[in-house]
Design a binder for this molecule. Structure first.
Ligand code: G6P
Ligand code: ZN
Length: 549
């Protein structure tokens, strides 16, 4: 892959970049920004100078196949060699999903991994690119490490890189660059082995091939090759099961975010048609999932609760759950299940990294977020295809449809009506002033009436990590009502254009109440009240959210 002749260069920067602050999930910018001379190199240098164990360590590198993926892997390999990494493990064509990367880091005892992805953001020259750093536990780097990297980048003067000829092929094998080994492996094998150890493939296979047709939409992103091997080769589903299954640099123009708006074709197949009994989709890098049944959509918060309630269907969790966790804006549906199971339920800030300590300390087995993420202690990332398999395992064990599973769940635990309204691409100043106005109002809201209820508490969520006692402040505005309903307001940490305001609504109806309503109608009083309190439509000029989930 690389010529034996090489030179090590130290490249000087004219001036440091001052905007390389990672957000909720890595450094995410427009593709064009990453094309700027030295931009990617600056961030990689800052990582390689901050991550513990670089000299002599093993590093996992791969990405979701979007535009810029291979170029970035090539640069990272050259810079890793210049920094004394002992081995880089990457994959055929550089294709590696985020959960599979997490697994590779763990099984190879790597010092960490660099995942090239802007997750669910569109790709291509007009889309976004991103660099995510994971630590040696396989999970997203801690905020203290990403802060250190950011501070390093702000003062960076130069970076080290190896220059040599390369044929730029990413085919299986072991290669050498300077004194570093580059091992190119199949990015799917180890992940499939892990899934086989957790789930009963025979049971799932016989169920889906016996009049329970499934469909999976990879949205032209990373999960295509994984899904084909999994569903078609291992579970015996037909080749047509996997739609949009070839990773494309621009995702074929699709927005690889598995929700009802961006995975509309799949949603229509399940919600309007009757060809399939089950449908699912994953995002750009394969960590998010959306689950659909015939005529029904599974809200991600309900999905987490249902997985927890049915853990004993899955061989990998037969010994029980140590605890569960959800992010603050995720509905409390899983809390009720945890109470029933007699296990702890933790409430964390938004972002998968906050589950890492709890998973490492074996305080939780399952965790999830409203943002279409669910996962377990099998890796340290959320895992889209794992969630799909978990659902299929429940369906195969119970021999029920998705809608029956949901209805039975609500009949037993009650229903947490839930919805998230997103206002995307609003001017940053508008979003910031709306948010700070509401934030300043919070102390005055207590005991006021709201949507026919009374506000019991209103605050900005803060979190004390139960494992290392670290404190994280300002994680989202909460309006908590006397009947247990909640309205939450956050600014997205993953967008690249203007600001995205997210408003989350939750209202509980006990099992003997009306569990059959349309969530938008059930939540309507909350929706109207926050609009008038926070002046959302007035200040944004938007009469409706851009995305409703
Ligand atoms: C990424 C993280 C998730 C998080 C989500 C929030 O997907 O991996 O853990 O829930 O971002 O995104 P937001 O845009 O709401 O900050
Ligand atoms: Zn993702």
């Amino acid at each position: 892959m690389f010529s034996t002749e090489f030179t090590q260069l130290t490249v000087k920067l004219n001036s440091p970049f001052t905007d390389q602050k990672p957000g909720t999930s890595g450094l995410r910018k427009s593709t064009l920004q990453f094309e700027e001379t030295h931009y990617l190199e600056s961030f990689i240098e800052s990582i390689l100078c901050s991550l513990p164990g670089v000299r002599g360590g093993v590093l996992v590198v791969g990405g979701d196949g979007r535009y810029g993926n291979k170029r970035a892997i090539d640069i990272i390999i050259r810079m890793a060699a210049a920094h004394g990494i002992q081995k880089v493990i990457t994959t055929v064509d550089g294709i590696l999903s985020t959960p599979a990367a997490s697994n590779l880091i763990r099984i190879n005892k790597a010092i960490g991994g660099i995942i090239l992805s802007a997750s669910h953001n569109p790709g291509g020259l007009e889309g976004d690119f991103g660099v995510k750093l994971n630590g040696s536990n396989g999970g997203p780097a801690s905020e203290s490490l990403t802060d250190e990297i950011y501070n390093y980048s702000k003062n960076l003067k130069e970076y080290k890189i190896i220059k040599c000829q390369s044929n730029n092929s990413f085919s299986l094998g072991k290669y050498k660059l300077a004194s570093m080994i580059v091992e190119i492996i199949d990015g799917i094998d180890d992940y499939l082995d892990l899934m086989k150890r957790i789930f009963d493939f025979d049971l799932i296979s016989s169920y889906i091939n016996n009049d329970f047709p499934i469909v999976f939409d990879a949205l032209n992103a990373v999960t295509g090759p994984y899904a084909k091997r999994l569903f078609v080769d291992h579970l015996g589903a037909t080749a047509e099961t996997v739609r949009n299954g070839i990773p494309l640099e621009d995702f074929g123009g699709l927005h690889p975010d598995p929700n009802l708006t961006y995975a509309k074709d799949l949603a229509d197949l399940l919600l309007k048609g009757n060809l399939f009994s089950f449908g699912a989709a994953c995002d750009g890098d394969g960590d998010r999932n959306m689950i659909l049944g015939r005529g029904c959509f599974v809200n991600p918060s309900d999905s987490l609760a249902i997985l927890a309630a049915n853990y004993d269907c899955v061989p990998g969790y037969a010994k029980g759950l140590s605890g569960v966790a959800r992010s603050m804006p995720t509905s409390s549906a899983v809390d009720v299940v945890a109470k029933h199971l007699g296990i702890n339920c933790f409430e964390t800030p938004t972002g998968w990294k906050f589950f890492g300590n709890l998973l490492d300390a074996n305080q939780i087995t399952l965790c999830g977020e409203e943002s279409f993420g669910t996962g377990s202690d099998h890796v340290r990332e959320k895992d889209g295809l794992w969630a799909v398999l978990f659902w299929l395992q429940i369906l195969a064990s119970k021999k029920k449809s998705v809608s029956e599973i949901m209805k039975n769940h609500w009949l037993f635990f009650g229903r947490h009506y839930y919805s998230r309204h997103d206002y995307e691409s609003i001017p940053t100043e508008v979003a910031n002033s709306l948010y700070s106005r509401l934030s300043n109002m919070l102390p005055t809201l207590i005991d006021e009436s709201f949507a026919g209820r009374t506000i019991k508490n209103a605050d900005d969520f803060s979190y004390t990590d139960p494992v290392d006692s670290s404190i994280t402040l300002n994680q989202g505005l909460r309006i908590l009502l006397d009947d247990g309903s909640r309205v939450l307001v956050r600014l997205s940490g993953t967008g690249t254009q203007g600001a995205t305001l997210r408003v989350y609504f939750e209202s509980f109806v006990p099992s003997d109440g009306d569990i059959t309503q349309d969530p938008q109608l059930a939540l309507d009083p909350l929706i109207k009240s926050i609009d008038s309190l926070a002046e959302i439509s007035k200040r944004t000029g938007m009469s409706a959210p851009t995305v409703i989930t």
